[in-house]
Ligand binder design. Structure first.
Ligand code: PNS
Length: 166
């Protein structure tokens, strides 16, 4: 039987413990997860794509069945290129729903022309992370707050360096 590959796409600006929680859950469902970093059309990023890929490499080093990559352009095209069958997204609260619903249906529509079937699979993070977002983590660092329970140590160091709080 062929390997079940899922793509976990996102901005990951920066990766948080919430992302790692979703990754661990996805690994229980699929044979291989490709974490795929891209620029978001809606957000101005703090870290370059290369920096985010590097940070993700560090925090997933030693994990089996995980690859870190980046892509440009349409997600569904990338999914097809990688011969993946699913897109993984984390769903934290009702407030995420509308955006995620729009994206999933748009990807399904685009996917129909691109490939056989791509399903978006939504996973709920641990309740400790339901209020966690990369944007909030950046804001807390900017304001000098403690983020140690929200991101791995290597990410906290990079964030503080970037925002000149080191
Ligand atoms: O972490 P984010 O910023 O919520 O991730 C959003 C992301 C990167 C998954 C989304 O913007 C995306 O898929 N971008 C790739 C371009 C694309 O395919 N756009 C149409 C999606 S409906």
């Amino acid at each position: 039987m062929s390997e079940k590959i899922a793509i976990y796409p996102g901005s990951f600006d920066p990766p948080t413990n919430g992302h790692l929680d979703i990754l661990a859950r996805a690994l229980n469902l699929f044979d291989h997860i490709i974490i795929a970093v891209t620029e978001s059309e809606h957000k101005k990023s703090l870290f370059t794509v290369e920096e985010r890929v590097k940070m993700l490499h560090t925090v997933t080093s030693g994990m089996q069945h995980v690859t870190v990559d980046s892509f440009k352009g349409l997600l569904v095209r990338y999914v097809k290129e990688k011969k993946a069958s699913a897109i993984i997204r984390g769903l934290r609260a009702i407030s995420d729903f509308e955006y995620e619903f729009q994206m999933a249906l748009m990807n399904r529509h685009l996917g129909l022309k691109e490939t056989a079937s791509i399903e978006t699979v939504y996973l709920m993070p641990s309740e400790n992370f339901t209020y966690l977002s990369s944007s909030l983590v950046k804001e807390v660092v900017r304001l000098g707050g403690d983020i140690d329970s929200f991101v791995p140590e290597s990410i906290a160091i990079e964030l503080k360096k970037k925002l000149k709080y080191a």
